[in-house]
Design a protein around this ligand. Structure first.
Ligand SMILES: C[S@@+](CC[C@H](N)C(=O)[O-])C[C@H]1O[C@@H](n2cnc3c(N)ncnc32)[C@H](O)[C@@H]1O
Length: 367
Protein backbone atom coordinates (compact mmCIF):
# COMPACT_ATOMS: atom_id res chain seq x y z
CA UNK A 1 0.00 0.00 0.00
CA UNK A 2 1.72 3.19 -1.15
CA UNK A 3 -0.92 5.88 -0.70
CA UNK A 4 -1.88 8.12 2.17
CA UNK A 5 -5.56 9.05 2.21
CA UNK A 6 -6.42 12.27 4.02
CA UNK A 7 -9.98 13.30 4.83
CA UNK A 8 -10.62 17.06 4.77
CA UNK A 9 -13.33 19.68 4.64
CA UNK A 10 -15.01 19.84 1.23
CA UNK A 11 -13.42 22.70 -0.75
CA UNK A 12 -10.12 22.52 1.13
CA UNK A 13 -8.51 19.72 -0.88
CA UNK A 14 -5.83 22.02 -2.31
CA UNK A 15 -4.80 23.18 1.15
CA UNK A 16 -4.71 19.62 2.43
CA UNK A 17 -2.60 18.58 -0.59
CA UNK A 18 -0.19 21.51 -0.21
CA UNK A 19 0.23 20.65 3.45
CA UNK A 20 0.89 16.92 3.06
CA UNK A 21 3.29 17.55 0.17
CA UNK A 22 5.19 20.11 2.23
CA UNK A 23 5.31 18.04 5.42
CA UNK A 24 6.18 14.80 3.63
CA UNK A 25 9.01 16.53 1.76
CA UNK A 26 10.39 17.87 5.06
CA UNK A 27 10.67 14.21 6.11
CA UNK A 28 12.22 13.22 2.81
CA UNK A 29 9.16 11.34 1.73
CA UNK A 30 8.50 12.10 -1.90
CA UNK A 31 5.36 11.65 -3.89
CA UNK A 32 2.48 13.57 -5.38
CA UNK A 33 -0.96 14.55 -4.23
CA UNK A 34 -4.01 13.74 -6.32
CA UNK A 35 -6.70 16.34 -5.84
CA UNK A 36 -10.29 16.18 -6.96
CA UNK A 37 -11.98 19.46 -6.14
CA UNK A 38 -14.84 19.30 -3.66
CA UNK A 39 -14.30 15.58 -3.07
CA UNK A 40 -13.58 15.94 0.66
CA UNK A 41 -10.35 13.95 0.50
CA UNK A 42 -6.81 13.92 -0.91
CA UNK A 43 -4.61 11.02 -1.95
CA UNK A 44 -0.88 11.37 -1.51
CA UNK A 45 0.88 8.75 -3.60
CA UNK A 46 4.38 7.91 -2.36
CA UNK A 47 7.11 7.00 -4.85
CA UNK A 48 8.58 4.50 -2.38
CA UNK A 49 6.16 1.77 -1.46
CA UNK A 50 6.98 1.66 2.27
CA UNK A 51 6.82 5.45 2.68
CA UNK A 52 3.03 5.56 3.09
CA UNK A 53 3.29 3.51 6.27
CA UNK A 54 6.27 5.55 7.44
CA UNK A 55 4.37 8.80 6.95
CA UNK A 56 1.22 7.63 8.69
CA UNK A 57 3.27 6.24 11.57
CA UNK A 58 5.74 9.10 11.99
CA UNK A 59 4.22 12.37 10.81
CA UNK A 60 2.45 13.55 13.97
CA UNK A 61 -1.24 13.74 13.17
CA UNK A 62 -1.54 16.64 15.64
CA UNK A 63 0.70 18.71 13.35
CA UNK A 64 -1.72 18.49 10.43
CA UNK A 65 -3.99 21.48 9.99
CA UNK A 66 -6.30 20.57 7.13
CA UNK A 67 -6.53 16.77 7.52
CA UNK A 68 -9.24 15.19 9.62
CA UNK A 69 -7.85 11.68 9.27
CA UNK A 70 -4.73 10.02 7.86
CA UNK A 71 -4.88 6.44 6.52
CA UNK A 72 -2.54 4.12 4.57
CA UNK A 73 -4.47 2.73 1.60
CA UNK A 74 -3.91 0.62 -1.50
CA UNK A 75 -5.41 0.81 -4.98
CA UNK A 76 -9.04 1.82 -5.35
CA UNK A 77 -11.36 -1.19 -5.29
CA UNK A 78 -13.88 -0.68 -8.08
CA UNK A 79 -17.09 -2.43 -9.03
CA UNK A 80 -17.42 -4.52 -5.91
CA UNK A 81 -19.82 -7.30 -6.91
CA UNK A 82 -23.20 -6.69 -5.22
CA UNK A 83 -23.50 -10.40 -4.36
CA UNK A 84 -20.20 -10.34 -2.39
CA UNK A 85 -18.67 -6.99 -1.54
CA UNK A 86 -16.96 -8.42 1.52
CA UNK A 87 -14.37 -10.76 -0.05
CA UNK A 88 -12.42 -8.16 -2.10
CA UNK A 89 -12.10 -5.95 1.01
CA UNK A 90 -10.92 -8.87 3.14
CA UNK A 91 -8.50 -9.86 0.34
CA UNK A 92 -7.00 -6.38 0.25
CA UNK A 93 -6.30 -6.43 4.00
CA UNK A 94 -4.99 -9.97 4.21
CA UNK A 95 -1.31 -9.92 5.12
CA UNK A 96 -1.49 -6.16 5.71
CA UNK A 97 -3.37 -5.84 9.01
CA UNK A 98 -3.55 -8.38 11.79
CA UNK A 99 -5.64 -8.14 14.95
CA UNK A 100 -6.98 -4.68 14.21
CA UNK A 101 -8.85 -3.04 17.06
CA UNK A 102 -11.73 -1.34 15.25
CA UNK A 103 -13.50 -1.12 11.89
CA UNK A 104 -14.73 2.18 10.44
CA UNK A 105 -16.68 2.14 7.17
CA UNK A 106 -16.69 5.77 6.15
CA UNK A 107 -17.38 8.25 3.33
CA UNK A 108 -16.15 11.74 2.42
CA UNK A 109 -17.96 14.50 4.31
CA UNK A 110 -20.03 15.74 1.34
CA UNK A 111 -23.74 15.99 0.66
CA UNK A 112 -23.36 13.56 -2.21
CA UNK A 113 -22.08 10.87 0.19
CA UNK A 114 -24.97 11.02 2.64
CA UNK A 115 -26.91 8.20 0.95
CA UNK A 116 -23.76 6.10 0.80
CA UNK A 117 -23.33 6.41 4.55
CA UNK A 118 -26.58 4.51 5.08
CA UNK A 119 -25.17 1.64 3.06
CA UNK A 120 -21.90 1.82 5.07
CA UNK A 121 -23.75 1.30 8.34
CA UNK A 122 -25.39 -1.87 7.00
CA UNK A 123 -22.21 -3.13 5.37
CA UNK A 124 -20.21 -2.77 8.59
CA UNK A 125 -21.92 -5.73 10.26
CA UNK A 126 -21.11 -8.55 7.77
CA UNK A 127 -17.71 -7.03 6.99
CA UNK A 128 -16.74 -6.93 10.66
CA UNK A 129 -17.76 -10.56 11.11
CA UNK A 130 -15.66 -11.63 8.14
CA UNK A 131 -12.65 -9.55 9.20
CA UNK A 132 -12.84 -11.14 12.63
CA UNK A 133 -12.95 -14.64 11.30
CA UNK A 134 -9.92 -13.82 9.10
CA UNK A 135 -8.01 -12.51 12.15
CA UNK A 136 -7.73 -9.06 10.50
CA UNK A 137 -9.80 -7.75 13.40
CA UNK A 138 -9.73 -8.89 17.00
CA UNK A 139 -12.95 -10.34 18.37
CA UNK A 140 -13.30 -7.32 20.64
CA UNK A 141 -12.67 -3.59 20.16
CA UNK A 142 -9.25 -2.36 21.24
CA UNK A 143 -8.01 1.24 21.22
CA UNK A 144 -4.44 -0.05 21.18
CA UNK A 145 -4.53 -1.82 17.82
CA UNK A 146 -4.67 -0.37 14.27
CA UNK A 147 -7.98 0.93 12.98
CA UNK A 148 -9.23 -0.63 9.73
CA UNK A 149 -10.77 1.96 7.41
CA UNK A 150 -12.99 1.31 4.40
CA UNK A 151 -13.68 4.59 2.60
CA UNK A 152 -16.47 4.53 0.02
CA UNK A 153 -16.22 7.28 -2.58
CA UNK A 154 -19.06 5.90 -4.73
CA UNK A 155 -21.36 2.86 -4.66
CA UNK A 156 -19.22 -0.26 -5.02
CA UNK A 157 -16.03 1.78 -5.02
CA UNK A 158 -13.75 2.17 -1.98
CA UNK A 159 -10.27 2.58 -0.58
CA UNK A 160 -9.21 0.13 2.08
CA UNK A 161 -6.45 0.59 4.64
CA UNK A 162 -5.46 1.31 8.21
CA UNK A 163 -4.39 4.01 10.66
CA UNK A 164 -2.46 3.87 13.92
CA UNK A 165 -4.40 4.48 17.13
CA UNK A 166 -1.71 6.69 18.66
CA UNK A 167 -1.47 8.88 15.55
CA UNK A 168 -4.93 9.33 14.09
CA UNK A 169 -8.25 10.97 14.82
CA UNK A 170 -10.18 8.89 17.32
CA UNK A 171 -13.44 10.01 15.72
CA UNK A 172 -15.50 8.28 13.02
CA UNK A 173 -14.80 10.18 9.73
CA UNK A 174 -12.50 12.38 11.81
CA UNK A 175 -15.51 14.31 13.12
CA UNK A 176 -16.37 14.63 16.81
CA UNK A 177 -20.13 14.37 17.29
CA UNK A 178 -21.14 17.19 19.59
CA UNK A 179 -24.64 18.11 20.64
CA UNK A 180 -25.62 21.76 20.43
CA UNK A 181 -26.58 22.87 23.94
CA UNK A 182 -30.04 24.42 23.57
CA UNK A 183 -29.30 27.21 26.07
CA UNK A 184 -26.09 28.37 24.32
CA UNK A 185 -26.35 31.83 22.71
CA UNK A 186 -24.81 30.85 19.34
CA UNK A 187 -23.88 27.81 17.31
CA UNK A 188 -20.23 28.81 17.37
CA UNK A 189 -20.16 27.48 20.92
CA UNK A 190 -19.46 24.12 19.28
CA UNK A 191 -16.22 25.47 17.79
CA UNK A 192 -14.69 26.07 21.20
CA UNK A 193 -16.05 22.81 22.58
CA UNK A 194 -14.57 20.93 19.63
CA UNK A 195 -11.26 22.77 20.13
CA UNK A 196 -11.14 21.54 23.73
CA UNK A 197 -11.72 17.96 22.53
CA UNK A 198 -9.07 18.21 19.82
CA UNK A 199 -6.35 20.14 21.65
CA UNK A 200 -6.66 19.17 25.32
CA UNK A 201 -6.24 15.50 26.24
CA UNK A 202 -9.28 14.27 28.17
CA UNK A 203 -7.21 13.28 31.20
CA UNK A 204 -5.95 16.88 31.52
CA UNK A 205 -9.34 18.62 31.46
CA UNK A 206 -9.62 18.71 35.25
CA UNK A 207 -6.34 20.56 35.49
CA UNK A 208 -6.43 22.76 32.38
CA UNK A 209 -10.16 23.49 32.15
CA UNK A 210 -10.69 23.80 35.85
CA UNK A 211 -13.48 25.51 37.71
CA UNK A 212 -12.56 28.89 39.16
CA UNK A 213 -10.08 29.72 36.41
CA UNK A 214 -10.06 33.24 34.95
CA UNK A 215 -10.57 33.66 31.20
CA UNK A 216 -10.74 36.48 28.66
CA UNK A 217 -12.91 36.22 25.53
CA UNK A 218 -12.05 38.77 22.80
CA UNK A 219 -14.88 39.31 20.32
CA UNK A 220 -17.23 37.50 22.68
CA UNK A 221 -20.75 38.47 21.55
CA UNK A 222 -23.31 37.03 21.73
CA UNK A 223 -21.41 34.61 23.96
CA UNK A 224 -21.13 31.10 22.47
CA UNK A 225 -17.50 30.78 23.52
CA UNK A 226 -18.06 32.49 26.87
CA UNK A 227 -20.84 29.95 27.44
CA UNK A 228 -18.30 27.09 27.24
CA UNK A 229 -16.09 28.78 29.82
CA UNK A 230 -19.01 29.60 32.10
CA UNK A 231 -20.21 25.98 31.86
CA UNK A 232 -16.83 24.98 33.26
CA UNK A 233 -17.37 27.37 36.18
CA UNK A 234 -14.78 29.90 35.04
CA UNK A 235 -14.89 33.67 35.55
CA UNK A 236 -14.89 35.46 32.19
CA UNK A 237 -14.03 38.97 30.99
CA UNK A 238 -15.99 39.27 27.73
CA UNK A 239 -14.72 41.99 25.38
CA UNK A 240 -17.00 43.20 22.58
CA UNK A 241 -19.02 46.27 21.64
CA UNK A 242 -22.04 44.11 20.88
CA UNK A 243 -24.63 42.75 23.34
CA UNK A 244 -23.95 39.66 25.45
CA UNK A 245 -26.73 37.12 26.02
CA UNK A 246 -28.57 38.09 29.25
CA UNK A 247 -28.59 34.44 30.36
CA UNK A 248 -24.79 34.57 30.57
CA UNK A 249 -24.71 37.89 32.39
CA UNK A 250 -27.23 36.47 34.91
CA UNK A 251 -24.72 33.82 35.99
CA UNK A 252 -22.63 36.48 37.71
CA UNK A 253 -19.51 34.88 36.20
CA UNK A 254 -19.19 37.30 33.27
CA UNK A 255 -17.93 40.89 33.17
CA UNK A 256 -18.73 42.60 29.89
CA UNK A 257 -16.26 45.25 28.64
CA UNK A 258 -17.47 47.30 25.66
CA UNK A 259 -13.98 47.84 24.30
CA UNK A 260 -11.79 47.19 21.30
CA UNK A 261 -10.25 43.74 21.71
CA UNK A 262 -7.00 44.97 20.18
CA UNK A 263 -6.67 47.67 22.83
CA UNK A 264 -8.00 45.82 25.87
CA UNK A 265 -5.36 44.90 28.44
CA UNK A 266 -5.95 42.50 31.33
CA UNK A 267 -6.48 43.93 34.78
CA UNK A 268 -5.51 40.80 36.69
CA UNK A 269 -2.41 38.61 36.63
CA UNK A 270 -3.98 35.19 37.02
CA UNK A 271 -5.71 34.74 33.68
CA UNK A 272 -5.35 31.18 32.43
CA UNK A 273 -7.34 31.17 29.19
CA UNK A 274 -7.45 33.69 26.36
CA UNK A 275 -9.93 32.91 23.60
CA UNK A 276 -10.53 35.07 20.55
CA UNK A 277 -13.02 34.85 17.71
CA UNK A 278 -12.69 38.38 16.28
CA UNK A 279 -13.14 38.59 12.53
CA UNK A 280 -9.90 40.26 11.48
CA UNK A 281 -6.86 39.76 9.28
CA UNK A 282 -4.99 36.63 10.46
CA UNK A 283 -1.72 38.51 10.92
CA UNK A 284 -3.35 41.06 13.25
CA UNK A 285 -4.89 38.33 15.39
CA UNK A 286 -1.66 36.30 15.44
CA UNK A 287 0.31 39.35 16.56
CA UNK A 288 -2.19 40.15 19.30
CA UNK A 289 -2.12 36.59 20.61
CA UNK A 290 1.67 36.62 20.56
CA UNK A 291 1.69 39.82 22.60
CA UNK A 292 -0.53 38.22 25.27
CA UNK A 293 1.60 35.09 25.40
CA UNK A 294 4.94 36.90 25.40
CA UNK A 295 3.80 39.14 28.24
CA UNK A 296 2.49 36.18 30.20
CA UNK A 297 -1.02 37.66 30.30
CA UNK A 298 -2.44 34.16 29.76
CA UNK A 299 -1.13 30.62 29.86
CA UNK A 300 -3.13 29.06 27.05
CA UNK A 301 -4.89 30.60 24.09
CA UNK A 302 -7.42 29.34 21.56
CA UNK A 303 -8.24 31.58 18.62
CA UNK A 304 -9.46 31.52 15.07
CA UNK A 305 -7.58 32.69 12.03
CA UNK A 306 -10.09 33.65 9.34
CA UNK A 307 -8.60 32.61 6.02
CA UNK A 308 -8.33 34.56 2.80
CA UNK A 309 -9.52 32.93 -0.42
CA UNK A 310 -6.10 32.15 -1.83
CA UNK A 311 -2.93 30.50 -0.51
CA UNK A 312 -4.64 29.52 2.69
CA UNK A 313 -2.08 26.92 3.72
CA UNK A 314 0.76 29.39 3.19
CA UNK A 315 -1.09 32.09 5.13
CA UNK A 316 -1.61 29.84 8.16
CA UNK A 317 1.93 28.43 8.07
CA UNK A 318 3.48 31.88 7.87
CA UNK A 319 1.47 33.14 10.83
CA UNK A 320 2.28 30.08 12.94
CA UNK A 321 5.98 30.34 12.07
CA UNK A 322 5.97 34.03 12.95
CA UNK A 323 4.38 33.26 16.33
CA UNK A 324 6.83 30.46 17.05
CA UNK A 325 9.77 32.69 16.18
CA UNK A 326 8.63 35.60 18.34
CA UNK A 327 7.86 33.38 21.31
CA UNK A 328 11.26 31.73 21.00
CA UNK A 329 13.02 35.08 20.69
CA UNK A 330 11.36 36.04 23.97
CA UNK A 331 12.56 32.92 25.74
CA UNK A 332 9.18 31.22 25.72
CA UNK A 333 8.81 27.55 25.00
CA UNK A 334 5.34 27.07 23.62
CA UNK A 335 3.37 24.31 22.02
CA UNK A 336 1.41 25.46 18.97
CA UNK A 337 -1.19 23.42 17.13
CA UNK A 338 -3.72 24.38 14.51
CA UNK A 339 -6.62 22.50 12.97
CA UNK A 340 -9.47 23.23 10.66
CA UNK A 341 -12.17 21.89 12.94
CA UNK A 342 -15.39 20.33 11.72
CA UNK A 343 -17.25 23.41 12.99
CA UNK A 344 -14.82 25.81 11.27
CA UNK A 345 -15.72 27.17 7.87
CA UNK A 346 -13.28 29.51 6.10
CA UNK A 347 -10.99 29.48 9.10
CA UNK A 348 -8.69 27.41 11.26
CA UNK A 349 -8.48 27.20 15.04
CA UNK A 350 -5.14 27.61 16.77
CA UNK A 351 -4.13 26.49 20.25
CA UNK A 352 -1.00 27.78 21.99
CA UNK A 353 0.20 26.65 25.38
CA UNK A 354 3.08 28.29 27.20
CA UNK A 355 5.18 25.45 28.56
CA UNK A 356 7.77 27.57 30.35
CA UNK A 357 9.48 30.89 30.07
CA UNK A 358 13.09 31.85 30.57
CA UNK A 359 12.37 35.56 30.29
CA UNK A 360 14.12 37.72 32.89
CA UNK A 361 11.72 38.25 35.75
CA UNK A 362 9.85 35.06 34.93
CA UNK A 363 12.83 32.74 35.02
CA UNK A 364 12.00 29.10 34.71
CA UNK A 365 8.36 29.75 35.25
CA UNK A 366 6.81 26.33 34.94
CA UNK A 367 3.13 25.65 34.53
C1 LIG B 1 -17.79 35.65 15.07
S1 LIG B 1 -18.36 36.77 16.26
C2 LIG B 1 -17.96 36.00 17.77
C3 LIG B 1 -18.92 34.93 18.15
C4 LIG B 1 -18.66 34.41 19.54
N1 LIG B 1 -17.41 33.70 19.61
C5 LIG B 1 -19.76 33.48 19.97
O1 LIG B 1 -19.48 32.29 20.12
O2 LIG B 1 -20.89 33.93 20.19
C6 LIG B 1 -17.15 38.02 16.19
C7 LIG B 1 -17.33 39.09 17.22
O3 LIG B 1 -16.14 39.86 17.23
C8 LIG B 1 -16.46 41.18 17.55
N2 LIG B 1 -15.34 42.03 17.15
C9 LIG B 1 -14.83 42.23 15.92
N3 LIG B 1 -13.80 43.11 16.00
C10 LIG B 1 -13.66 43.42 17.30
C11 LIG B 1 -12.78 44.25 18.02
N4 LIG B 1 -11.81 44.93 17.40
N5 LIG B 1 -12.90 44.33 19.36
C12 LIG B 1 -13.88 43.64 20.01
N6 LIG B 1 -14.76 42.84 19.38
C13 LIG B 1 -14.64 42.73 18.04
C14 LIG B 1 -17.76 41.44 16.79
O4 LIG B 1 -18.49 42.50 17.40
C15 LIG B 1 -18.45 40.08 16.93
O5 LIG B 1 -19.36 40.09 18.00
Amino acid sequence: MNKVLLYCRQGFEKECAAEITDKATQREVFGFARVKEDSGYVLFECYQHEDADKLVRELPFSELIFARQMVVVGELLRDLPPEDRVSPVVGMLTGVVEKGGELRVEVPDTNASKELLKFCRKFTVPLRASLRSSNILLNYESAKRPVVHVFFIAPGCCYVGYSYPDNNSTFFMGIPRLKFPSDAPSRSTLKLEEAFHVFIPADEWDERLASGMYAVDLGACPGGWTYQLVQRSMMVDAIDNGPMAPSLMDTGQVTHHREDGFKYRPTRTNIYWLVCDMVEKPVRVANLMTEWLVNGWCREAIFNLKLPMKKRYEEVSQNLAMMQEKLKANGINAQINARQLYHDREEVTVHVRRIWSATPGRRDERY
